[in-house]
Ligand binder design. Sequence first.
Ligand SMILES: C[S@@+](CC[C@H](N)C(=O)[O-])C[C@H]1O[C@@H](n2cnc3c(N)ncnc32)[C@H](O)[C@@H]1O
Length: 264
Amino acid sequence: MNDHQPAIDTTVPHSARVWNYWLGGKDNYPVDREAGDQFLQAFPGIAQMARASRAYQERAVRHLAGELGIRQFLDVGTGLPTHNNTHEVAQSVAPDARIVYVDNDPLVLTHARALLTSTPEGRTQYVHADLYDPEAILEQAGELLDLDQPVGLMLLGVLGHVQEYDEAVSIVRRLLAGLPPGSYLTVSEGSNVHSEENVEAQDEYNESGAVPYIPRSPQQIGGYLEGLELVEPGVVSVTRWRPVVTGDNPPAEVDQYGGVGRKV
Ligand SMILES: C[S@@+](CC[C@H](N)C(=O)[O-])C[C@H]1O[C@@H](n2cnc3c(N)ncnc32)[C@H](O)[C@@H]1O
């Protein structure tokens, strides 16, 4: 963890803090709650989407650490600690799992200690770094992870913060370039197909001074995984990615799409 402590700006909403608010957390400021409430008013489904995305993350990590045997994770844009953080889920399956968390939010840095509660057999590390510098992320991640062995790269709710789609794709490619075959990419991003209110609420949020977030089509979200071998069921609304209980009807779709792919 870096010693340098960047300043926390409480005058504009921050993605990590607003997300934390929607997830029912307490690590946020009035400016975040105001922006979060405004979003909720225009699109009440956002809180459910946030929870659905976290539940998907948990299922994906469990599958990666379990059936797919992944022992190293690189979680970029990790957000404020909540329950079922990547290391908790991975190490509940594989106690020796190693996890590197990355975010560029100063408040996430101050709370990162909660992400560093590893099992004795495993290890966790936090890196304060920017998604726009994938090579620096890889270099620092390589201090804990063996980058000659497969890694589970997690990019959840962070690529929408890259305004230009082509640049977001390029960042994904550069991160994957530093990982060996047998590594997996897991993505989950806000989409724009099921609810106009969601897109409108997002447009309004993007005017707030916060770093904007761009919802993308399921095809664009699938584009992040292009060239990888998709794990079943492919790129779907996150509620439909290997749901634990299906019953007779599949779970309702939400405007958050995700998928997992293997580097070959
Ligand atoms: C919507 S939250 C998602 C948090 C978590 N991954 C999840 O899905 O629950 C987006 C996260 O990405 C982080 N983020 C945004 N832009 C970033 C950047 N350029 N570099 C690193 N992290 C970034 C934010 O600080 C925030 O924690």
